[in-house]
Design a protein around this ligand. Structure first.
Ligand code: LMR
Length: 396
C-alpha cells in the first residue's frame, strides 16, 4: 500500500535545520529557524525558567492529567499578558483561554474552530507571512487569501495596498494579524495604522485573529500588546494564538495558548465548549510542564521582573546584531543600502536576497537562510558576523 505514497516537500524552515545538521562543514551558520542564540551561539535555558523549574520540582505532587483547557491560573496569566492586568475583558469574563501545544497548536485549534463554527469563511493572511500559516489553515479545510503588506521597493509597509486588499474581504471573514515582530518582515503597523485596521474590521464585520509569538521582542512585553489592545477597544470578538517558545525560550516544551474573546461571558462560555471538544480530539489535554513554568514566572513578582529583564537582554542583543550587520556590510564595501534592517522588529530580517543568492549562500558558504530571504538575526553573533557578511557581499 505504502509504495504509492509520494514524498512530501521538506518544510521551508524546519527542513532547513535538518539540512544544516547534516552539513559536515565546520564553519556553517544557521540563520534559518527563529531560535535565539546568545553571544556564544548557544540557546540557554533562561535563568528564570531554571528557578521556576526548581520551585516546581519541590511543589509538584502529581502527574495526573490537566483539564482540556489547562489550568485556570495559566489562562489568567496569559490574558493579563495580552490585555493588561486590569482589563475589562478579563473582569467581564469575556475571554476564555485554552493552553495549547505551542503557538502552532493554538493556531491549529483556532483554524478548526473557525471551520467548524464559522463556516466557509476565508482567512486573510499577509503577503508575505510565516510559511506554515497556509498549511495550518489549509489543514482545517479553510480557504486562504493574501492581503498586501510589504513593499519590496521601500522595504517598508505598503499600508494603502493592505487596506485596498482587505476591501475585498467579506463580512465574517477572518483577518490574521501578527501581534508584533511580523514574521518574516519585522515591520509592524504603528499606532494609527493599528487603529485604522481595528476600525476597518469592526465596520466590515471581519473577525480579527492575532498570531502573537514574539511579545517582548519589539519594544517591551506591555508595549508590544498595543496593537491587540487597540483592537480590543473596537472589536468585541477576537481570536489570539500565543506562543511562549521565544520569550520564555521554551521551544521544545511546546507551550502556547488559544484565547477567544466574545461579546459576553455567556457567549464566550458556549463558544469555548466547542474549543474544548476540538482540543479533545486533537491532543486530548495539554502537556503540563511548560505552562507551569510560565505561570510560576508570571505570578511571582521577583521572577516576573527578572524575566522581563531577560527578554530585554535578548531584544537588545538582537538590535546590536542588526547594527553590526549593517555596519559590517558597509565596511566590506557593499553599496546596497541595508539600513532598513535596523528599523525592523524582532528576530527576523527580510533581507531582499533572492532565491539564487540564498541558494549560493548555502552551497558555497554554508550559510543557511530561508528561501524567502528571511534571515534570523537572533542567530548572528560577533564571531559569525564577518564570515556571514563576506558571504552576502560575495553573492550580491
Ligand atoms: C520560525 O518562524 O522560524 C519559527 O516560528 C519556528 C517555526 O516553527 O517555524
Amino acid at each position: 500500500m505504502f509504495e504509492k505514497i509520494v514524498a512530501a516537500p521538506a518544510d521551508p524552515i524546519l527542513g532547513l535545520t535538518e539540512e544544516f545538521k547534516n552539513d559536515p562543514r565546520a564553519e556553517k551558520i544557521n540563520l534559518g529557524v527563529g531560535i535565539y542564540k546568545d553571544e556564544s551561539g548557544n540557546t540557554p535555558v533562561l535563568a528564570t525558567v531554571k528557578k521556576a523549574e526548581a520551585i516546581l520540582l519541590e511543589k509538584e505532587t502529581t502527574k495526573s492529567y490537566l483539564s482540556i483547557p489547562g489550568t485556570a491560573e495559566y489562562g489568567l496569566a496569559v490574558q493579563e499578558l495580552l490585555f493588561g492586568k486590569n482589563a475589562s475583558i478579563i473582569s467581564e469574563k469575556r475571554a476564555k483561554t485554552a493552553q495549547a501545544p505551542g503557538g502552532t497548536g493554538a493556531l491549529r485549534v483556532a483554524a478548526e474552530f473557525i471551520k467548524r463554527q464559522l463556516g466557509d469563511v476565508t482567512v486573510w493572511i499577509s503577503n508575505p507571512t510565516w510559511a506554515n500559516h497556509f498549511g495550518v489553515f489549509g489543514a482545517a479545510g479553510l480557504q486562504t487569501e493574501q492581503y498586501s503588506y510589504y513593499s519590496a521597493e521601500t522595504k517598508g509597509m505598503d499600508f494603502d495596498a493592505m487596506l485596498s486588499s482587505l476591501d475585498n474581504a467579506k463580512a465574517g471573514d477572518v483577518v490574521l494579524l501578527h501581534g508584533c515582530c511580523h514574521n518574516p518582515t519585522g515591520i509592524d503597523p504603528d499606532a494609527d495604522q493599528w487603529l485604522t485596521l481595528a476600525k476597518l474590521c469592526a465596520e466590515k464585520n471581519l473577525l480579527p485573529m492575532f498570531d502573537f509569538a514574539y511579545q517582548g521582542f519589539a519594544k517591551g512585553v506591555e508595549e508590544d500588546a498595543a496593537g491587540l489592545r487597540i483592537f480590543a477597544e473596537h472589536n468585541t470578538e477576537l481570536l489570539i494564538a500565543s506562543s511562549f517558545s521565544k520569550n520564555f525560550g521554551l521551544y521544545n516544551e511546546r507551550v502556547g495558548a488559544f484565547t477567544l474573546v466574545a461579546k459576553s461571558a455567556d457567549v464566550a462560555d458556549t463558544a469555548f465548549s466547542q474549543v474544548k471538544s476540538i482540543a479533545r480530539v486533537i491532543y486530548s489535554n495539554p502537556p503540563a510542564h511548560g505552562a507551569a513554568v510560565v505561570t510560576e514566572i508570571l505570578n511571582d513578582a521577583a521572577l516576573r521582573t527578572e524575566w522581563e529583564q531577560e527578554v530585554a537582554d535578548m531584544r537588545d542583543r538582537i538590535q546590536e546584531m542588526r547594527t553590526l550587520f549593517v555596519q559590517t556590510l558597509k565596511d566590506l564595501g557593499v553599496d546596497a543600502d541595508f539600513s532598513f534592517i535596523e528599523r525592523q522588529n524582532g528576530m527576523f530580517s527580510f533581507s531582499g536576497l533572492n532565491k539564487d543568492q540564498v541558494a549560493r549562500l548555502k552551497e558555497e558558504f554554508g550559510i543557511y537562510i530561508v528561501g524567502s530571504g528571511r534571515i534570523s538575526v537572533a542567530g548572528m553573533t560577533k564571531d559569525n558576523m564577518m564570515p556571514l557578511c563576506k558571504g552576502i557581499a560575495a553573492v550580491l
